[in-house]
Each structure stands twice: as C-alpha cells, then as structure tokens.
Design a protein around this ligand. Structure first.
Ligand code: DGY
Length: 319
C-alpha cells in the first residue's frame, strides 16, 4: 500500500519531526523557509496531511483548494488563531496543535521579560553603550517583584507556569481574570477578579491569553489608563490582544512604567517602528518557544498528530 502524502511548508523544521513523519508518510517538502501562500496552495491538492510551522491561514479558501484528499492539519504551534477550526472540523478534517511541550520555555521568556522590564535592562545597556553611566543613588531605579501584586490575564497552563516561576521571587499576591474561576489557581493562591480590578490593582500585568474574538484588542487606551503608573505590562499571548498604538501611547506618555513583549501586532515589527525607540520597552521577536528541545518536541508532537490521524487513532493534542 502506498504511503499517505503529507505537505510540509518548509525545509528547516527540526529533523526529529520530519524523520518521524517519513517512517509512515511520503513527504513533499517545500524548499527554503519562505514559501508563499500561493506556493503552498499550488502544492497542497492531492495531499492527505499538511504539517507546517508559521502562521499559515488555513481557512475556507485553503480547504477548498486542498480538496477532498486532505484528512489532517497539524500546526507546529500551541496557538491556533490562524486556523478556522470550526470549518476544518465541519469538513471532517482532523486538526492538531502542540500545547504543553512549550509551557516551560514560554514561561521562562515571560519571566525574562518581566525581570528585564522591571529592572530596565534594555535602557541600562543602552546608557552604558553610550557612555552615560551615572553613579547616583536614585538612578535607573526599577520595580520590585518582592511583595508585588501580579495579575494574569488568562490563567491557562502557561499562565500558571509563569506564576509558579514567580513564586520564589516572593510575590505578595496573585490575581487572575478570565471566563470563570479555576481550581488550578489554588496552587498559587490566586484570586479571581474582574479585568478592571486586575488592571487597577496589579503591579505586573501579564497577558497569557489566546487570541479570540473576545480578547482581540482587549488592551486599548482605556485599559492602559486603568493601570498603575508604576505597572509593568507583559504580553506573551498574541500581539493582537493589544492595540499597538495604545501601548505606544501608554509607554511614551508614562501611563505605565514599562512593557515586555514576545508578541506584537504586526509581526515582525517593522525595524523603524516607533516602539523600538522607547527605552521602557523590552521586546523579543516571538521566540517564546524557541529553545532547541522545545522546538524539537513541538515538531515531534505535530508529526505524531499527523501519523495518529492517518492511522485512525486519536491525535496527541487535537483541537
Ligand atoms: C505558539 O506555539 O503558539 C507560540 O506562540 C510559539 O509560536
């Protein structure tokens, strides 16, 4: 029997994932790492599976062009805002993602951004490089984590992993908001509050929520106006949860103390974007899950999602 055919959108995916797929599937790997949507759409008809890294928008058009052979879609990411999941499932196509294996790596980036933003790492380095160091007792003062109130918007597994990593810093109080209180919050003694209360009370506001219709643009001018002037804002969720112009104003006008971003809207942020000129912004280009082990694990789990689906077994992480 011939092996099922799987389209891979790029050739730079960790080999452990590709090797696993090759044991059971025939792969069409698009060369390089910059295949356009058109190239993917030209290649997809006749394939049983689509295995990909990056935010390829799998919507009705994509599925129409892919045609009836497509049985499984596997994104090498935890987030799935680029997939029209209801439509994919309506067509009887299996769809999987790669949560959990990246929780620790993303939580580490969140803590890194929080520490750097609170202690003005980027600004310090820049002043040092420009020979502007001043030995004054009130120079480059930052915000303390010890005794602070940390508010988490979206206490899912990543939110919880971040909170657990902050416990040893002697946080005074954890708050969280979301749809409903969660049992897992007891682990860190976090209190469920409204978004408004969280914004008003928190010294650190951490966004760890996925992008949905409800969270799109949640952080606007009004949200930043409610936050403390000393607050540090962190986003490791999705860029579009925040209105970028509102964040820019909040940082420029010192409505808040600082921000730390792994994600931003748009991505990548243009290199001449005004945000990149601000001393009170720590920013990295969406590298939350970018560790060698994590990306390898993600590639493997996504490959297992494909092989399981094609063998009629449950996906490891179905959507
Ligand atoms: C994900 O997997 O969704 C993270 O944002 C890393 O890309």
């Amino acid at each position: 029997m011939s092996k099922p055919k799987v389209l891979v959108n790029r050739d730079d995916i960790p080999t452990a994932g590709l090797d696993l797929l090759r044991t059971k599937c025939k792969l069409t790997i698009l060369p390089g790492s910059n295949s356009t949507r058109e190239e993917i759409l030209r290649a997809i008809p006749g394939h049983d599976g689509f295995y990909f890294f990056g935010h390829v928008n799998v919507n009705t058009d994509f599925l129409d062009i892919a045609g009836p052979s497509l049985k499984v879609i596997s994104t090498i990411s935890a987030g799935f805002d680029h997939l029209d999941v209801p439509e994919i499932k309506r067509r009887g196509i299996k769809v999987g993602h790669t949560p959990i294996v990246l929780n620790a790596a993303v939580a580490e980036i969140a803590v890194m951004l929080l520490l750097n933003a609170a202690r003005r790492a980027h600004e310090s380095r820049s002043l040092l490089e420009r020979g502007k160091v001043e030995a004054k007792p009130q120079w480059l003062l930052g915000q303390d984590i010890r005794g602070s109130t940390v508010g988490i918007v979206g206490l899912g597994m990543i939110g919880l992993a971040i909170a657990n990593r902050l416990v040893p810093f002697e946080v005074g109080r954890f708050l969280y908001t979301g749809h409903a209180p969660k049992k897992s919050a007891d682990e860190i003694g976090a209190e469920f509050v409204s978004l408004d209360d969280l914004l008003e009370l928190s010294d650190f506001v951490i966004v760890a929520t996925p992008l949905t219709i409800e969270t799109h643009g949640l952080f606007d001018d009004a949200a930043f106006d409610k936050m403390k002037k000393t607050a540090v804002f962190i986003n490791i969720g999705r860029g579009a949860v925040v209105k970028t112009d509102a964040l820019l104003r909040a940082l420029k006008e010192k409505k808040i103390f600082a921000a730390g971003l792994d994600v931003v809207d748009p991505e990548p942020l243009p290199k001449d974007h005004e945000l990149l000129t601000l001393p009170n912004l720590e920013i990295v280009p969406h590298i939350g899950s970018a560790t060698i082990k994590t990306r390898r694990d993600m590639a493997i789990v996504a490959a297992q999602n494909i092989t399981n689906a094609l063998e009629g077994k449950p996906l490891v992480y179905p959507l």
